[in-house]
Design a binder for this molecule. Structure first.
Ligand code: NAI
Ligand code: CS2
Length: 500
């Protein structure tokens, strides 16, 4: 530990010391910015409110060791900068006790998932982390390595006699951990905190598909019996705008704290967590930190995904095309703000049943005000990532319900035109599309236009070329509802001109 680095044992004067967990009660898969600014904060605040310190978190990060290398030298402690319109504040979080990188520490993670002291697994592995094919089924190729390890029954916690095969997927790692736990029969709750409709049920289906594929027939009966009797997969709606941390934000907080925090995360003041009250065993008293426990998350989840996330994606694509780096800058553009309002209030809001006690118009206005907050620095490019994984949840339901009600939602048509043009420009400029289905997307665009043409945007035969590739992009399997009529695709084509 060095004096100029934040650490559990080196807390700056003048700021409240973080909680010191006495046990690991939670394993979190997908520790990134959002978990650190949301679930870990709720867990910290619940420990402070109740004095229950048995809810230490072991974070797991699948894709890189960066977060481990940020937090391990700090004893797991990091700061959260809350960046509001009027003021900002810094809070130290001690609920994360360590971070494991499965490629090098699979055995440790499996042992933690099997440990009787672990009662909850939470996940923020991004929509693409659920390893699904376009029709929503588990992509068995993506979890093949883990299913082989499952079949091999590699022992957990061995000291090297039979090295455990490194995990290749979050879903595979989770299934192997549950398999390691099954023998004890110790109950556990698996709580996904990713932006998907019916997220808990989606995750349960994928876990069960993995078990059926990995341990077919009677081989898997013990594990299936354990899942039936001792494991629950509640749904949750999570909300707090948490952008990727910038070097400038780290420098700003270093000035304020007097020590360097490599694990800093930044969030807006607003936060909400609505959790289905269906736990297999003990859990932190998250309600003491403001979480809502309910029997039915769906109305909250649908309102948030359609009103916040759907508008967010529209602003991201149209804002990026207009040259705006941040969401806030895009919201300051009257043309974009108007389109955001049209989608939110005319397309999405009428498809919703308001959650009890929620005024959807006020909620919508609050969302637009949150987007306009320039202090988070949330970029259009970040929100624009992984569009094929987000569009079905954010615009797909609005489109289906609007069409069923006899409406053709102009705001959704505009949003899809903006997404398609974003894909086209990113492909033809050579920058590429940050999306797990990038290869498919780029192939569609390149089939209609020659990348790197006269204007660097391809030899487009006028809008005709663009219209063809937009229709081809929208026809990608699993993107739009199969019942989408041609008349709506015509509306999208009409909107191309407004985004070019
Ligand atoms: P991040 O990029 O900081 O962290 C993503 C985490 O997911 C990392 O640990 C990464 O290793 C893991 N991951 C990424 N791809 C994966 C894959 N294919 N398989 C397994 N693990 C994978 O992102 P951030 O901001 O933490 O957001 C993560 C998720 O949290 C989002 O995708 C969304 O579902 C949810 N969320 C994010 C909010 C935000 O404002 N950032 C707000 C509400 C929900
Ligand atoms: C954003 C979300 O990046 C995105 O797709 O729309 O991460 C958004 O910031 C959160 O859902 C807000 O709760």
């Amino acid at each position: 530990m060095t004096d100029d680095r934040l650490h559990r044992d080196n807390v700056p004067v003048g700021i409240d010391a973080p909680v010191m967990p006495t046990a690991v009660g939670i394993v979190h898969l997908g520790i990134g910015a959002f978990h650190r600014a949301h679930q870990a904060v709720y867990t910290e605040r619940a420990a402070i409110a109740t004095g229950d310190t048995a809810w230490g978190i072991l974070g797991v990060t699948q894709r890189s060791a960066t977060v481990r290398d940020q937090l391990r030298p700090q004893g797991g402690v990091y700061a959260v900068l809350t960046a509001g319109e009027q003021e900002s504040s810094v809070e130290l979080i001690g609920s994360v006790v360590d971070v494991a990188y499965p490629a090098e520490e699979t055995e440790r993670v499996l042992a933690a998932l099997a440990a009787p002291s672990t009662h909850v697994v939470t996940l923020t592995i991004t929509e693409k982390g659920y390893a699904r094919t376009p029709d929503g089924a588990l992509d068995l190729d993506a979890v093949a390595g883990d299913l082989e390890a499952l079949r091999a029954g590699a022992p957990v916690g061995t000291s090297g006699e039979s090295p455990v095969r490194p995990a290749t997927s979050a879903i595979g790692l989770l299934v192997r951990g549950l398999a390691a736990r099954a023998g004890s029969g110790a109950p556990i709750t698996v709580l996904t905190c990713d932006n998907m409709v019916d997220n808990g049920r989606v995750l349960e289906r994928l876990v069960r598909q993995a078990v059926d594929a990995g341990l077919p027939g009677t081989e898997g009966d013990a594990l299936r019996g354990f899942l039936d009797a001792h494991v629950t997969f509640p749904c949750s709606m999570v909300d707090r705008i948490v952008p990727a941390t910038t070097p400038e934000q780290r420098d700003h907080v270093e000035q304020a704290l007097g020590v360097r925090d490599e694990g800093l995360v930044v969030g807006e003041p607003f936060a909400q967590w609505v959790i289905e009250d269906r736990f297999a065993g003990p859990r932190p008293a998250w309600e003491a930190a403001g979480a809502t426990l309910t029997k039915d998350v769906a109305p909250f989840e649908q309102a948030k995904l359609r009103l916040l996330n759907g508008t967010h994606s529209l602003v991201a694509y149209s804002g990026w095309l207009a040259g705006h780096t941040t969401i806030a800058a895009a919201m300051a553009d009257p043309a974009i703000a108007e389109r955001a309002r049209q989608y939110l209030f005319e397309d999405a809001l009428p498809t919703l049943t308001p959650p009890e006690g929620l005024d959807l118009h006020q909620y919508g206005e609050q969302i637009l005000a949150r987007f306009a907050n320039p202090h988070t620095g949330h970029t259009t490019a970040q929100v624009a990532m992984d569009g094929t994984q987000k569009i079905p949840y954010r615009w797909g339901g609005v489109l289906s319900d609007a069409l069923a009600a006899g409406r053709e939602p102009r705001g959704v048509a505009f949003a899809l035109a903006a997404w398609a043009e974003f894909v086209r420009r990113r492909t033809l400029s050579g920058e590429g599309v940050d999306d797990p289905r990038a290869e498919e997307l780029e192939a569609v665009v390149s089939a209609f236009e020659v990348p790197g043409g006269s204007d660097g945007l391809g030899d487009v035969e006028g809008l005709a070329g663009a219209e063809e590739d937009v229709r081809a992009l929208l026809g990608l399997p699993g993107l739009l509802p199969e019942t989408t009529p041609d008349t709506f695709l015509d509306m999208v084509a009409e909107e191309i001109e407004s985004v070019r």
